[in-house]
Design a protein around this ligand. Structure first.
Ligand SMILES: Cc1ncc(COP(=O)(O)O)c(C=O)c1O
Length: 397
């Protein structure tokens, strides 16, 4: 019996070697990875530049010193994150939930600073922000929350893409300090915000003096063809939460602030022992520099577009919808399709299923056009067969 705590329903496969977008299991079987460890392995596997930088960092002997001292790598990483986000101050942590938790704290502190005794945050239906008590309370999934009540208070939930719902809250609730949104929801099923909705939401935030918090833990860092989804909408958020792809496999998160949120946190308001340590910061600097130098934003946009349009033409009306942006793609089936994941593994393709019936693709940003075609060649027949088998059954019921 394994002593690993039973919090995941794991598949019986272990990957032991990687190169580019390819993984090998213990038996030497080769898989095309269209999931990247859930949007983490930005540069794929064994990218020579990342391997070199991390090896040099290890050889220096200094993996960690603590935030009691200056950390030059952290300063370099913060400069880069500030540049690509267009914001001003970066707090480094170790995971996505820490980035969203810090964002929630910034919003509460901002509210208190404005004289709101019980500040509240508008959050979206089907959102996922993490599994700490505050972030699971912000998450729009009863499955994630059940068993952990009492929930943290101070969240008001509205449907995604519904500006009227937000206007109504603005009229009736004077405690709102911020809105937190994943501009493309990941766990919720690749639900894409309309760009005019994001602009409208941003305008309301400006008018009301609320913080606009963009949770780009999953959709950010170049995956959609720009560094961040809010850049497609042409807006500047006050807070951005980052993690996953930020360091290409080394655990890192970041809460980035600018605009009205600048200067809200003062010394003593927040902290993290590991956050921003030299090992992790080396990976951040190298990941960002490599995305730039290898032209991975344009690559993600181009290859993603090619996959999306091929899937649309191959699967057409067999599925409910195919949606996404860049290398963040969801194929919504008309029925639950969790079993497709192991069929995918048998066909040498790694992806997952979220929200019960959405096949999710989040490949490394180094995926080439040829590899993108292979993703479609492997995935489309699996989905088509599954949909054809399932639909007569559904019709018979
Ligand atoms: C949008 C979003 N926010 C926050 C998180 C939480 O990240 P982590 O699992 O690193 O705590 C996730 C994880 O899936 C996410 O997709």
């Amino acid at each position: 019996m394994s002593h690993v705590m039973n919090t995941y329903a794991r598949l019986p496969v272990a990957f032991v070697r990687g190169q580019g977008v390819w993984l090998w299991d213990e038996q030497g079987r080769k898989y095309l990875d269209a999931l990247a460890g859930i949007a983490v392995n930005t540069l794929g596997y064994a990218h020579p530049r990342l391997t070199r930088a991390l090896t040099e960092r290890l050889a220096s002997g200094v993996l960690h010193t603590s935030n009691l001292y200056r950390i030059p790598d952290q300063e370099a990483a913060a400069d880069r994150v500030a540049e690509i986000t267009g914001l001003d101050e970066v707090f480094f942590c170790n995971s996505g939930l820490e980035a969203t938790e810090a964002s929630i704290k910034v919003a509460r502190k901002y509210g208190h600073d404005k004289g709101i005794a019980e500040p509240a945050i508008i959050v979206m239906e089907k959102a996922f922000h993490g599994r700490s008590l505050a972030t699971l309370s912000a998450t729009g999934s009863r499955k994630v929350q059940a068993g952990f009540e009492p929930l943290v208070q101070g969240f008001v939930r509205v449907p995604l893409n519904d500006l009227d719902a937000v206007r109504q809250v603005a009229e009736n609730n004077k405690n709102i300090a911020a809105v937190m949104i994943e501009p493309i929801q990941g766990e919720g099923g690749i639900n894409v915000s309309r760009m005019e909705y994001l602009r409208g939401l941003h305008e309301i935030c400006q008018k009301q003096g609320w913080l606009f918090i963009s949770d780009e833990v999953q959709c950010g860092l170049g995956r959609t063809g720009k560094w961040f989804v809010y850049q497609h909408a042409g807006i500047a958020p006050d807070v951005v939460a980052l993690a996953k792809g930020l360091a290409s496999g080394v655990p890192v998160g970041a809460c980035v602030v600018g605009g009205r949120a600048r200067g809200v946190f003062k010394p003593g308001n927040h902290g993290s022992t590991f956050g921003g340590n030299p090992l992790a910061m080396t990976a951040v600097v190298t990941t960002i520099d490599t995305i730039k130098e290898d032209g991975l934003l344009a690559n993600a946009g181009r290859v993603g577009e090619q996959i999306l349009s091929s899937l649309k033409s191959e699967l057409g009306t067999l599925v409910a919808e195919i949606r996404g942006r860049g290398l963040m793609i969801g194929v919504e089936l008309k029925e639950p399709c969790g079993e497709l994941v192991s069929r995918g593994l048998a066909a040498g393709l790694i992806f997952n299923v979220t929200a019960d019936n959405v096949v999710r693709l989040l490949p490394p940003l180094v995926l080439s056009e040829a590899e993108g075609r292979m993703v479609v060649e492997r995935l489309a027949p699996l989905v088509a067969d599954f949909a054809r088998q399932a639909q007569p059954k559904a019709a018979a019921h």
